[in-house]
Design a protein around this ligand. Structure first.
Ligand code: NAD
Length: 489
């Protein structure tokens, strides 16, 4: 199968705004959506203006006091299960859309993005009728007994702003918990990959979600995104993207004390201890570098290796890089696709150059293949943790391998970064696993496996990797306000 065989007819692609249950044009022109593997135009997607965002927020607000606001959790759960059923029905099509729009090999969204989105809707369907409070004993009120309890209420209208790397999955991470808790949502997908989120909107409609509960406003970040973050009718922004935009959103949200959840980037360490299963570690660290072309917030881009294994891991990762099959996302042999756009490709290559200038050694890759498409070679460099390639998020298939002499040094290097999203530890020593898990400053620590994510597990970062947590019960907490009620008896 080739890209041309699977490309849906242009009129089938969802390319409009979804507001109040209606599909309509935007009033800010269009945004050109390219196929990263061919550089061909996939769609001219309608772009939302501030007025369009205003209409979407009005539709979402109306439902807080409307049919949706009155719906009990058990009924919300049924709708979320129906969405999961429809995602299952359309799983192949969604995987194809994601591969077309993002440039990733189609087997990857079929294996991760789509099943994870389905599991996320099912997980939060399970919570929808189980969001409980507490009864809390107190000392009483001026000598009179009291009965105090808490309830969790929806925050209100959630503005969800998503990136292009795993768009369906991240939209699901924001929409499913928001709906489970009774909120309404306006989603602003990324300019480069809005199609799967728009398809999700079709499925939400088909599942019987009342009009206006979820609205999707594709468009430019500085237009539609800014309109959403500054809108007085939005109670919370849930953002996944770069630290720079996250900072701007937090500042904009401060004006009205909007709640924010920020899921930002990372420069995650993968630590290979002296007692590690080295073959498993090489396979796992390679996956943490090259999966999704390295366009993963939790990519394990700093591979810290005990000096006794350093040469073996460097040559193993170089061999893994050379073994990657880079090319057509729809060829079953392909293991790595294209980066999302020309700017991202050039940014990645410029980091490799910066590494060379600082004295890093490129042991595999480092360039780009000839021909169309925003491809970059899988790249392994050796260097030290002070270099820009080891400190700044590259968001591409580039890993820096750094030696250490003892676990304390590994932890020091691991924590010597502005980021704190994830860390992987490769070891057969259960004591070392727990000790290092406690010492590494990261929102998620994985032992002997990279990216063991699950909708039941809280997700988010420390330091510049973000604020707040999504998923699991934490996702419900993030989408509710806690109210205390005291009755003086
Ligand atoms: P980005 O920050 O450029 O864009 C993310 C979203 O924000 C897009 O929808 C964009 O249109 C919008 N946006 C841009 N400017 C805006 C503004 N001024 N106001 C409001 N919205 C605005 O990020 P990206 O390039 O799409 O994604 C890559 C980044 O996302 C990387 O830094 C990566 O690490 C991060 N990321 C983090 C996670 C996580 O869970 N922590 C997951 C995936 C990606």
């Amino acid at each position: 199968m080739t890209t041309t065989d699977v490309r849906p007819a242009a009129q089938e692609l969802p390319d409009q705004l979804f507001i109040g249950g209606e599909w309509r044009s935007g009033s800010a022109g269009t945004v050109t959506d390219l196929n990263p593997a061919t550089e061909e135009v996939l769609a001219e997607v309608q772009a939302a203006s501030a007025a369009d965002v205003d209409a979407a927020v009005a539709a979402a607000r109306a439902q807080l006091d409307g049919e949706w606001g009155a719906l009990p959790g058990v009924e919300r759960a049924k709708i979320l299960h129906r969405v999961a059923d429809l995602l299952e029905r359309d799983a192949d099509e969604l995987a194809r859309l994601e591969a077309l729009d993002v440039g990733k090999p189609v087997g990857q969204p079929a294996m991760l993005d789509v099943p994870n989105a389905i599991a996320t809707f099912r997980h939060f369907a399970g919570w929808a009728d189980k969001i409980t409070g507490q009864t809390i004993p107190t000392a009483g009120y001026f000598g009179r007994p009291t009965h105090s309890y808490t309830v969790r209420e929806p925050v209100g209208v959630i503005g969800a702003i998503t990136p292009w790397n795993t768009p369906l999955m991240i939209a699901a991470w924001k929409v499913a918990p928001a709906l489970a808790a009774g909120n309404t949502v306006v989603v602003k997908p990324a300019e480069d990959a809005p199609l799967s989120t728009l398809h999700l909107a079709r499925l939400l409609q088909e599942a019987g979600l009342p009009d206006g509960v979820v609205n999707v406003v594709p468009g430019r970040g500085d237009v539609a995104g800014t309109a959403l973050t500054t809108h007085p009718g939005v109670d919370k922004i849930s953002f996944t993207g770069s630290p720079e935009v996250g900072r701007a959103i937090q500042i904009a949200a401060a004006d009205a004390f909007k709640r924010v959840t920020l899921e930002l980037g990372g420069k995650s360490p993968q630590i290979v201890l002296a007692d590690a299963d080295v073959d498993a570690a090489v396979n796992g660290t390679a996956m943490g570098l090259f999966f999704n072309q390295g366009e993963v917030c939790a990519a394990g881009t700093r591979v810290l290796v005990h000096r006794s294994h350093y040469d073996r891991v460097v040559s193993g990762l170089a061999a893994a890089a050379e073994a990657q099959v880079v090319g057509d996302p729809f060829d079953a042999a392909t293991t790595m696709g294209a980066l999302v756009n020309a700017e991202q490709r050039d940014r990645v290559l410029s980091y490799v150059e910066a590494g060379r200038a600082e004295g890093a050694t490129v042991v595999a890759g480092g360039g780009r293949p000839d021909g169309a498409g925003f491809f970059v070679e899988p790249t392994i460099v050796t260097g030290d943790n002070g270099m820009r390639i080891a400190q700044e998020e590259i968001f591409g298939p580039v890993g820096t391998v750094i030696p250490f002499d003892d676990p304390a040094e590994a932890v020091r290097i691991a924590n010597d970064t502005r980021y704190g999203l994830a860390a992987t530890i490769w070891t057969r020593d259960v004591g070392a696993a727990h000790t290092l898990a406690a010492q590494v400053r990261a929102g998620a620590v994985w032992v002997n496996g990279w990216a063991a994510i699950d909708p039941a597990l809280p997700w988010g970062g420390m330091k510049s990797s973000g604020i707040g947590r999504e998923l699991g019960w934490s996702g419900i907490v993030a989408n509710t306000e806690e109210k205390t009620v005291t009755v003086v008896l």
